[in-house]
Write a new protein. Structure first.
Length: 291
């Protein structure tokens, strides 16, 4: 018998997409790529776009923001000093304190002493004028104090400790606490704006958005964007609500509007410094960088 030779074709192997075994065979961790149709993702992308545009278009102005902020913070003291000279009997002690303190803040010289002097003016004037129990006055002055804290924080950027080698609290640690206090105090002016005046649909809308921005500034979440938004809102509000130049010089309301106008400018200056420096270490924005 002759053996029969099997000439059948060999069995074709199944298709293998990774013949060399280079693919990652580990089980999935459950991570999903961002869904572009998710409303939350769209909001994040839009907010990032707004922040990028603000960063781009503010570049020419950014080197001048600290000087603008410091000048606006002390403008209420300069106006008060001018009013004392032109209308009242000159009190040399308070006049010298306001003029010297304001000049030192603008020139960034002896900032600690200047801030302490201007802070004493705010506190003593509140008690001296008997307006410390007026809610609007109280909230405004808290915001002015917050602006002075921002000035003090700004001065800590380039200052070095005179006691090298000694165990002291670092400038970075002190700065972040003053920045936190300044952020929280700055928003009280807007809270006063919410509590006073007549209500309308537009006022409710602005108040809700502004209150959300105030909370974001206080906790340090998207703080630069929120502070920039408050700068725009307060500047527009200040021009239309405190337009003292449109009131007759003999009208008693003129001085009150003028006082509120320059105080609001001081608080806008504090917010500008916040836009320039950022919220500091004690903030959500800073904590997000470590995770």
């Amino acid at each position: 018998m002759s053996s029969r030779i099997n000439i059948a074709r060999p069995q074709q192997p199944g298709f293998n997409p990774d013949p060399h075994g280079l693919s990652n065979s580990r089980p999935s961790t459950g991570y999903r790529a961002a869904n572009p149709d998710d409303p939350v993702e769209k909001l994040k992308a839009y907010s990032q776009l707004v922040e990028d545009n603000i960063e781009i278009y503010s570049q020419p102005l950014k080197p001048h923001l600290p000087a603008i902020g410091r000048f606006l913070i002390v403008v209420t003291f300069l106006e008060d000093a001018l009013r004392i000279v032109t209308q009242w009997v000159v009190d040399s002690k308070w006049l010298k304190t306001m003029l010297s303190g304001s000049s030192a803040v603008i020139l960034k010289r002896y900032t600690e002493f200047a801030v302490a002097g201007l802070l004493s003016v705010v506190i003593i004037q509140g008690f001296g004028y008997g307006l410390i129990f007026d809610l609007n006055f109280f909230l405004r002055n808290l915001s002015v104090i917050g602006g002075l804290f921002m000035v003090f924080s700004d001065s800590m950027i380039s200052r070095k400790s005179p006691f090298a080698g000694l165990p002291t609290i670092s400038e970075t640690d002190r700065k972040k606490y003053f920045l936190l206090a300044g952020r929280v105090l700055l928003i009280f002016l807007f809270l006063g704006f919410i509590l006073q005046g007549e209500w309308s649909i537009a006022r409710v809308f602005v108040s809700i958005i502004g209150l959300a921005a105030c909370v974001m500034v206080a906790i340090g979440f998207k703080a630069k964007w929120s502070a920039a938004f408050l700068v725009v809102v307060l500047s527009i509000f200040n021009v239309f609500a405190n337009n003292w130049w449109a009131v007759h010089s003999a009208h008693p309301q003129r001085d009150f509007l003028k006082y509120d106008f320059f105080q609001t400018l001081s608080i806008v200056g504090g917010l500008i410094l916040l836009v320039n420096m950022g919220p500091g270490g004690l903030s959500v924005d800073e904590k997000k960088k470590t995770f």
